[in-house]
Design a protein around this ligand. Structure first.
Ligand SMILES: [Zn+2]
Length: 307
């Protein structure tokens, strides 16, 4: 049987929120089968649980925010991406502020945390959402058109295309395909950092945003070039970060998917719109388990070792 997975032991991290600049402590704890991923605001007078779901996403401007019971958590996508990439199904995320720490701006620190706590199989079948028909969302027209699509696929594959019209971004690869069965999430995707432009950062700061952002947790560009002295971590780091974000955004549906995702110029808002469209199209998917691991897509039974 292809099993659900959680952590072997708890693990902690301390950092600052990208937008709030606030210090925040994160504790990742093992959870029982079928718990899913649950964020818990432990700083409130009464702790509030916020289970992930596509419908719990209440704000997608800059980052993905989830809410429940009057409480919220911003910027969940990089931690969610690491959970998707490493195949973690059940987890409590205790958090002491309303934003997940940005750490180094990628998912690499979360991958390190999850791997050092250890990942443990549980005695319950892993449930996948398997696409049986394509589902698509679109916005805008012409050069500014954005779209995101899910199609049937025996595995999990993402392909993303960006188009920023910026010399530093245009000089890099702007299209990437990542396949869970053949590529390595922790090596190929997890290290890609978030990115921003100095002119936007100035405007965001004036509005009380990006207060925790800087050269140690983002790729920062002026009108012409990358300002980080160390340069890029991958030749195509920008579009790889968009794949990282998409994996996190899509994992908010609460189950891993068997699908091929493709997108052009998508972001947190359109990714969530795609999930909502998927959930409303109950004819386009089914939930499946694998009693025989050999029936699962290649590499899915060996997640921990392969990734
Ligand atoms: Zn991101």
């Amino acid at each position: 049987m292809l099993k659900q997975r959680t952590l072997k032991s708890l693990t902690r991290a301390v950092g600052v929120g990208l937008h709030s600049g606030q210090r925040v402590e994160l504790t990742l704890r093992p959870a029982q089968p079928d718990t899913g991923i649950v964020f818990r605001r432990v700083d409130l007078p009464e702790p509030v649980d916020i289970p992930i779901s596509a419908l719990a996403v209440t704000d997608t401007r800059l980052a993905s925010t989830i809410s429940a019971g009057g409480a919220k958590v911003h910027t969940v996508e990089h931690l969610m991406s690491a959970c998707a990439g490493l195949g973690v199904d059940n987890l409590y995320v205790d958090i002491t502020a309303e934003e997940v720490p940005i750490l180094d701006g990628s998912a690499a620190s979360f991958v390190f945390l999850l791997q050092s706590a250890g990942i443990e199989p549980q005695n319950a079948p892993r449930r996948f959402i398997r696409l049986t028909k394509p589902v698509e969302v679109r916005e805008g027209e012409g050069a500014s058109e954005k779209w995101a699509r899910l199609e049937p696929y025996h595995g999990y594959k993402l392909s993303f295309e960006i188009d920023f019209d910026h010399p530093a971004v245009d000089a890099t690869g702007q299209r990437v395909v990542f396949d869970m069965s053949t590529d390595s999430y922790s090596k190929d995707i997890a290290r890609a950092r978030t990115f921003g432009f100095t002119k936007d950062v100035e405007m965001m700061r004036a509005n009380g945003l990006a207060l925790g952002g800087g050269l140690d947790n983002a790729i920062v560009m002026d009108d012409y070039k990358v300002l980080n002295a160390e340069g890029l971590r991958y030749d195509d780091e920008f579009v790889k970060h968009k794949i990282l974000d998409a994996m996190g955004d899509l994992y908010l549906v609460g189950k891993p998917m068997l699908a091929s995702y493709s997108a052009r110029r998508s972001g947190h808002a359109l990714n969530n719109k795609l999930l909502r469209e998927l959930l409303s199209r109950t004819d386009a998917w089914e939930v499946v388990t694998f009693e025989d691991e050999k029936q699962a897509p290649r590499g899915f039974a060996q997640l921990a070792r392969a990734w």
